[in-house]
Design a binder for this molecule. Sequence first.
Ligand code: CP
Length: 292
Amino acid sequence: MQHLIDTLDLSDAQIAQLLDDARAFKQQHPSHLLRDKLLMTLFFEASTRTRSSFEVAAKRLGAAVVHLDPGKSSTKKGESLEDTFANLCAMEPDGVIIRHSENEAPGILADMQMTSVINAGAGNYAHPTQALLDLFTLMEHFDGKIQGKTLAIVGDIISSRVASSAIRLLTRMGMHVVLVAPKPFMPQSDLPRYERLEDVMDKVDVIMSLRAQLERHASPIFDDYEEYAEHYCINAERLGSRDILILHPGPVMRNIDISDEILEDPRCKVLTQVKNGVYMRMAILKLLLLDS
Ligand code: CP
């Protein structure tokens, strides 16, 4: 039984396989490879992209999907995460896709060895399927040649599981990663760190903009996000004619993270990331449910 808790769980060969399969799925929609499989989604935090793209991916491969809404489940009556999971597993799903606010939650469930567990985002530590779909988007754009390219992660890095997973996966794939954030959003790191976006604009091939995750701040860090935007928003003036790819995991705070104008610019791949997310998640489901 294989789980996907962190990209560190994957061998180099498995990452290469995922990229090949995602590419193949994008070129030609497959037959119902997972016809007899049942997946359950268990999202303790809000999601638009990850939950729906897992569901689309599973259904495109012929699997059935059941969603449990923790807000309307017996979690509300005090049932523990482990008991909820064990009861779902008693219905014999082939995998459970979980999002949780605690970094450790998916790993705890995986250790119970009752079904395959897929981490759909946990705390501020890991969002492995986002990192993989971003890798796919980068490989597609740069025709497989991402080694030595420089990516700047910009924004609320300290709160971001997207940033944590991207750093682990993209440095492993040979990219240079630099961090750009105001002091309260900057984590401890061995990577190059900058406070001013202007200091990296001529050095980077890719910018990954991140949302300020207000829900994870104990108290407001900025009184006014327009002040933050003045320094960190990816806008036409700041980007100019530079050949820089713009990524964002979503949801985008318009005109704070990225301007309306740049969201329409061909250099901005936000919706390509979402589209690629379906193909990468199809590849992930195939790997975990069929190939392992
Ligand atoms: N990128 C991402 O995790 O988006 P959702 O929170 O909408 O799933």
